[in-house]
Design a protein around this ligand. Structure first.
Ligand code: WQD
Length: 340
């Protein structure tokens, strides 16, 4: 049984990936510094799969802690989620973002080099493309100057991994996520935004739950059919399964290059207004919303061309947008009931 380290494994995408790893027969070790996640997620994962992942509270910014962990654990592969990921916050605190997102990555890669750990899956983002010139976005779309320090850490991160692969017999795959949404069908795990949600779907579900009084649509003057911005919203379980597919590609040595990258989305774009309509139709909830100014740094439209990922990873999305939105609402209702 292969042992896979999942950094940031108690986070939103990390926890869903841990569940799919265990379902696929892997032994999982989770490290997390709990800066943006809750230890209770460990029990939630255990409830779903019946197997409690090993957990170590490790701060990847601490080189000694990282070395210590690898002295004590034999690892066959790493899926690296641990990073700060709020676009707006990264503009206010760039140095924290570079220290955490880049520093941690370098320390991990140094340990992999020194201990001949070979397989690495990196959590990247469609943000690396900025506003792509052509839609849907393919993997050979040009990488545009990053619109935020957060996006820059993803671009720089991919470069660092590519150079490490070339120098140190490392095999890696970067998955460029589009917009992950929803929750596991058990509603034992889901998105846990701390504070006011930055992302659309948690804001939608908190508005429907009465936690937020009104949803603001950031701009309706975009060059899109209904004027609101378009994104590719992918069910987080489909996204989690893409990580298993990528990991198997490396473990089976099916990769054609030592560094590969794939767009992970549904291939379908939905506007904010279409999301609101789909949410209302899927849940029967009526949303209170208004239109305000555009949000700085937002692109007009981004959705994936998934041809390469489908073919090379032998993976495709299985869940519909409606299922994703319904699962997000079911998860929100459970949170609201737990806190009432
Ligand atoms: C989606 C759409 C907003 C909130 C970001 C990161 C990306 C990834 C996913 C980490 C946009 C609109 C939003 C609201 C709104 N994160 N919106 N009202 O910005 O596409 O992507 O999150 O990997 O890297 O950039 O996602 O959910 O914030 O916004 O109208 O209250 O919803 O303008 O068009 P985004 P989002």
């Amino acid at each position: 049984m292969k042992t896979i380290l999942v950094t940031g494994g108690l986070g939103f995408i990390g926890s869903h990936t841990v569940v799919e790893l265990q379902n696929s027969g892997f032994k999982v070790i989770v490290i997390d510094n709990l800066s943006n996640s809750r230890i209770e997620v460990l029990d939630s994962i255990t409830k779903i799969t019946g197997t409690k992942p090993n957990f170590h509270k490790v701060d990847l910014r601490n080189k000694k802690e990282v070395k210590n962990f690898f002295d004590l654990n034999i690892i066959d592969g790493i899926i690296h989620f641990a990073a700060f990921k709020a676009v707006g916050e990264s503009v206010e605190k760039p140095l924290e973002y570079y220290e955490n997102n880049i520093g941690s990555l370098v320390y991990l890669l140094q340990e992999m080099r020194d201990r001949n750990i070979d397989n690495f899956i990196f959590s990247s983002s469609c943000t690396v493309y900025g506003q792509a010139d052509k839609l849907p976005i393919t993997e050979n779309a040009p990488i545009k100057p990053a619109e935020s320090p957060y996006g820059n850490t993803k671009q720089i991160g991919e470069e660092i991994i590519k150079d490490s692969c070339n120098a140190h017999k490392l095999n890696a795959i970067a998955l460029r996520y589009f917009n992950p949404i929803g929750a596991h069908e058990s509603i034992e795990i889901g998105e846990l935004p701390l504070g006011i949600p930055q992302n659309l779907i948690p804001y939608v579900t908190q508005t429907a739950a009465g936690i937020r009084s009104q949803l603001s649509i950031f701009g309706d003057d975009y060059e899109t059919p209904d004027g609101t911005a378009i994104r590719d919203y992918i069910h987080v379980v489909d996204l989690a399964k893409a990580h298993i597919a990528a990991l198997k590609r490396l473990l089976n040595k099916d990769n054609e290059n030592n560094f590969e990258y794939y767009n992970i989305g549904t291939g379908k774009g939905s506007s904010v207004l279409e999301i609101i309509t789909a949410f209302q139709n899927s849940t029967g909830k009526i949303l209170n919303y208004k239109t305000v100014e555009r949000r700085t740094g937002d692109v007009t439209a981004a959705y994936a061309d998934t041809t390469i990922a489908n073919e090379k990873l032998n993976w495709k999305t299985e869940k519909t947008l409606e299922e994703a939105l319904r699962s997000a609402w079911n998860w929100q209702e459970k949170q609201s009931n737990n806190h009432s």
